[in-house]
Design a protein around this ligand. Structure first.
Ligand code: CAA
Length: 382
């Protein structure tokens, strides 16, 4: 793996860095406090080419690759992690359409997503009774002539109620098998699709997370993404990439927390000197910076394999476990360095700690990542 970024990757990084500083960071605290969904900011990010970073240019994407995507997410998450997750899921949906969609689906949907006509797109796999065990989903899609009729409830849907397009996994064959699942593209406003009130969450409060209720929702057959029965593979392929994005997001949040803590440590004086002069604080900073560097390399390696079209499920899972668990610890340390002030909204580390927690849960918990890694190891010996 070449550790140097290409000119294109550097350009995407610089665009994201500027956007994080000028667009996202100034509104992050207010978005969090008011649970304000940043639809105008998301459209602005699309105009900067950051929705569809890894989508072909002919469909409106930036065609900059998976490494550029990871680098951009890490930058953006330093500005506002809640805005960033809406962008991540939208990119994941766009990539999935680019990979599995028909020519007509790509022409119809990708320019709208990548160009910011819609603020976001949503990925609808989980259900109240099917989280980690995703293939147990029970939402049905029943064929009725040239339509499917969708019924069921999707849970934990990022940007529910704001998305222009919902990518929905539903069962086209009864039974528990992962082979009975198919994927559908459902436009907002389709009768029978409604979003519930946003969940009252610990963190990422700028990102609205809802249930999506499907009641006799009629979807044209031409909106099925790929063949019947490949929906679980579509979902897992999307999540392999999504997990690289979550790694990058966790690194971004933790980088912001570390930077804030290091600055605070040089300003805060106790026992007649800045607390940065104590070994206790120096070791916390050193461990955090070391873990961030290790995580950055793991994330880039997984992204680089993806970009080359090579298998990367294991590396994406390893990257997600390592980056998200390290990032949680780094945010805890940042609060610790701030002492009591870190426990208040006066400093952003309180928000970083709340925001980072979910990275160990969504797009596959740490425990699911360990299942993926262990299966890959054991495959060689069975
Ligand atoms: N790529 C392609 N295909 C894959 C795959 C991958 N990474 N992983 C599995 N598959 C295929 C398998 O090859 C298998 O196909 P065959 O039957 O043809 O061999 C099929 O899918 C079933 O695979 P498994 O037997 O491994 O499936 P499983 O039921 O044991 O599940 C699991 C494995 C890893 C636990 C999986 O269910 C999983 O990842 N669960 C977590 C789900 C998740 O991450 N949810 C997050 C939702 S999105 C979100 O968080 C919301 C948001 O908006 C942020």
């Amino acid at each position: 793996m070449d550790l140097a970024l290409t000119d294109v990757q550097e350009a995407v990084r610089d665009t994201a860095r500027r956007a994080a500083r000028e667009l996202l960071a100034p509104e992050a605290a207010r978005n969090d406090a008011e649970e304000r969904f940043p639809d105008q900011t998301l459209r602005a990010l699309a105009r900067l080419g950051l929705m569809g970073i890894n989508v072909p240019g002919e469909f409106g994407g930036a065609e900059a690759g998976a490494v550029a995507y990871a680098v951009a997410v890490r930058e953006l998450a330093q500005g506002c992690a809640g805005t960033t997750v809406a962008l991540m899921v939208t990119n994941m949906v766009a990539e999935t359409i680019a990979r599995f969609g028909s020519e007509a689906q790509k022409r119809r949907y990708l320019p709208s997503i990548c160009g910011g006509e819609w603020p976001a797109a949503s990925f609808c796999l989980s259900e109240p009774g099917a989280g980690s065990d995703a293939s147990a989903l029970t939402t049905t899609a029943t064929r009725d002539g040239d339509h499917y009729i969708l019924n069921g409830t999707k849970a934990w849907i990022t940007s529910g109620g704001h998305a222009g397009l919902y990518l929905i996994m539903a069962r086209t064959e009864p039974g528990r098998s992962s082979k009975g699942i198919s994927t559908f593209l459902v436009e907002a406003g389709t009768p029978g699709l409604t979003a519930t009130r946003p969940e009252d969450k610990l963190g990422l409060r700028a990102s609205h997370t809802t249930q999506i209720v499907l009641e006799d929702c009629r979807v044209p057959v031409e909106n099925r993404l790929g063949d019947e029965g490949i929906g679980f593979r579509v979902a897992m392929t999307a999540l392999d990439g999504g997990r690289i994005g979550v790694s990058a997001q966790a690194l971004g949040i933790a980088t912001a927390a570390l930077n804030t803590a290091a600055r605070y440590a040089t300003e805060r004086r106790q026992f007649g000197a800045p607390i940065a002069s104590t070994q206790a604080v120096q070791w916390m900073l050193a461990d955090s910076a070391t873990e961030l560097e290790a995580g950055r390399l793991m994330c880039l390696r997984a992204a680089s394999l993806k970009e080359k079209g090579q298998p990367h499920s294991r590396e994406a899972a390893m990257s997600k476990v390592f980056c998200t668990e390290a990032a949680n610890e780094i945010c805890h340390r940042a609060v610790q360095i701030h002492g009591g002030y870190g426990y208040t909204r006066e400093y952003p580390v309180e928000r970083h700690l709340r925001d980072v927690r979910v990275t160990r849960i969504y797009e596959g918990t740490s425990e699911v990542q360990r299942i993926v890694i262990a299966r890959e190891i054991l495959k060689q010996w069975q």
